[in-house]
Design a binder for this molecule. Structure first.
Ligand SMILES: [Cu+2]
Length: 594
């Protein structure tokens, strides 16, 4: 497979095809051998709903706009200019499907209104109006007109000319990033090499950017760190049970796909400096290819100081820190997610996600505001919600045979040998089976997880490892038996560990549109077998995200909310591997004394 690939070697080109018959709604999964134009596998998947498609979203929009009942419902609210209406179609969870239609492929739609041409539709929710649509027949099933609210006078605009009385700041001087001798990385096809790092960059419709065969050159030998790094699922439950929001639980990867939602990047705006871009090629519902230009951005950044010491006799020795950033941006309706994987000179890998865009809001009548959100404008609140991401980390620390340890600090009680209560020890507990591999964040013990290769020792005689340093871990806060937790039990733990299985890719199941529960299809089912995860090819599933208690400062557009986690070498090297980074300027470096 990928790790065995050498340039020029023949490869078998296969495409996995998910399709469904819009007449009877039946889904199928097929394998197509592209080299000899043959279908090598064909499997019926009764009862499953494939992912939502971009084509279907647009088709639904067009169908609704034509429908006299939609035109009438909008007119009843004084909206007659359909050009200014935005309709967002969302997927359902099975537990919320309206009964007469619960065997169909359904969407439910929100309605938004642009106050003037070019203004922000998300500034003005059409509160209490939703459409339920059969997505196979493109048939409007129900107009839900649950309640109306007198329009508040809000300011939801962010484009400068639409913000009343706004004068843009003019006191920033130019800041230019130049690399007069070019960049320090090389890009050969999808192979990236930079400093000691090498990796291959991939892309697919569901996960977006994927990093393969990430390795670090150590004395002329590439030592594997990760076989494959990606995001496998996102779950965004809105925590507001009122009519406008109770259905709003998005699975942005399983329902929509980070790849499908990827947007083109612009030099100087999205990425600054000397940039290498990669395009992505995806397909529409007819299987026709299309290109997302500049889908992935690769560039170097200065990141202040890497290491420093000031010696009282001989002065300062300082190194600047450089990092390589691989990133892509995703727009899912009102929200954007910006994903950054960063490689550092000292062997660290950082994965950062930034959420930005526009929060969902609702208008409410004069009086007390609803309790499940924050007031952000006149009689307008932004509901609380959570963004859970599941990173799939197929690590190969110096090879495939790895064991994961929970590593925790413990303060020993006062006693003989510890009279001042200072003694702190580190406990490493091997996770031998999948049940033990279900782990939760623990602030008290500063719990982290070490992926260790017991078969390879460093120069100090201890086994080599990489540590998953948790960041952005959030609890689900969903009661047992909650239907959302039933569909996404993966979010119930911070970490899951499984033995590698090529078929285990999607933590909440392959088909999450209208899913009822993931007990069989995803992480809960896989790990219920309690397989051994000791000294084997392990996959870590790290759950992190944003517990979004909305703020007025996030309206009318939200500055980035940033979360990250790190993979850091622990005894992978014998000493600081960035000792040999050269000083950026002569003055960062002590004169050699003669
Ligand atoms: Cu949010």
């Amino acid at each position: 497979m990928v790790s065995a690939f050498s340039p020029g070697a023949p490869i078998r080109r296969e495409a996995e095809v998910i399709c469904w018959n819009r007449d009877d709604g039946q889904a199928c999964k097929a394998l197509v051998a592209l080299g000899d134009d043959s279908v090598t596998a064909w499997e019926h998947r009764p009862g499953e709903q494939p992912n939502m498609t971009v084509d279907e979203f647009h088709e639904c929009d067009a169908a609704l706009r034509r429908d006299p009942r939609v035109i009438e419902a909008l007119a009843a609210r004084g909206i007659t200019d359909l050009e200014r209406v935005l309709i967002d179609t969302w997927a359902y969870g099975a537990h919320l499907l309206p009964e007469p239609y619960d065997d169909r492929r359904l969407g439910w739609a929100d309605v938004w209104f642009r106050r003037e041409a070019g203004s922000s539709p998300y500034a003005n929710p059409v509160t209490g109006l939703h459409f339920i649509v059969d997505l196979n027949r493109m048939e409007l099933l129900e107009v839900e007109d649950s309640h109306r609210v007198d329009e508040p006078r809000t300011m939801g605009e962010y484009v400068p000319h639409l913000v009343p009385g706004q004068r843009l700041r003019d006191d920033l001087k130019p800041l230019e990033i130049k690399q007069p001798e070019g960049v320090s990385f090389t890009l050969d096809g999808n192979l990236v090499t930079w400093q000691r790092w090498s990796l291959r960059v991939g892309f697919n419709h569901r996960e977006g950017m994927v990093l393969h065969t990430v390795g670090y050159d150590d004395g002329g030998r590439t030592r594997p760190v990760a076989h494959r790094l990606s995001f496998a699922e996102m779950v965004v439950p809105y925590r507001d049970p009122t009519p406008d929001h109770y259905r709003r639980t998005a699975f942005d990867i399983g329902e929509w796909g980070l790849g499908f939602m990827t947007t083109s990047l612009e030099l100087g705006c999205d990425c600054l400096g000397e940039i290498a871009y990669l395009d992505a090629v995806l397909h529409d519902t007819r299987g026709e290819p299309y290109t997302i230009r500049n889908a992935i951005c690769i560039h170097e950044e200065d990141n202040a100081v890497l290491w420093k010491h000031v010696d009282p006799h001989v002065g300062a020795e300082v190194r600047r820190q450089r990092r390589l950033v691989l990133s892509f941006h995703v727009t899912v309706a009102n929200y954007e997610y910006l994903v950054y994987w960063r490689l550092y000179q000292d062997g660290n890998i950082e994965c950062e996600v930034r959420a930005t865009g526009i929060m969902v809001t609702t208008h409410f009548p004069a009086g007390r505001q609803p309790p499940y959100g924050t007031l952000v404008d006149e009689r307008t609140y932004a509901p609380f919600h959570q963004h859970f991401l599941v990173a799939r980390l197929d690590l190969d620390v110096d090879g495939e045979r790895n064991t994961v340890y929970a590593t925790e600090s413990e303060a020993l009680p006062v006693g003989p040998g510890n009279p001042h209560g200072l003694a702190l020890v580190q406990r490493d507990t091997p996770l031998r089976t999948e049940r033990q591999g279900r782990q939760d964040y623990d602030w008290q013990s500063q719990r982290a997880w070490k992926v260790v290769n017991e078969n390879v020792a460093n120069g100090l005689g201890t086994p080599v490892g990489y540590k998953l340093v948790p960041g952005g871990a959030i609890p689900p806060m969903l009661p047992a038996g909650s239907p959302v937790l039933g569909r996404a039990a993966a979010i119930a733990h911070t970490l899951w560990v499984t033995p590698f299985d090529a078929g285990e890719r999607w933590p909440c199941g392959e088909f999450v549109v209208q899913s009822r529960q993931d007990a069989d299809a995803g992480l809960p089912g896989w790990t219920a077998r309690d397989r051994s995860i000791e000294d084997t090819d392990v996959v870590l599933w790290y759950v992190f995200g944003i517990h979004h208690i909305t703020r007025p400062e996030e309206w009318p557009v939200m500055s980035v909310d940033t979360v990250s986690f790190w993979l850091k070498p622990v005894g992978f090297f014998d000493r600081n591997p960035a000792l040999d980074v050269a000083p950026a300027h002569p003055q960062c470096h002590q004169e050699e004394s003669g």
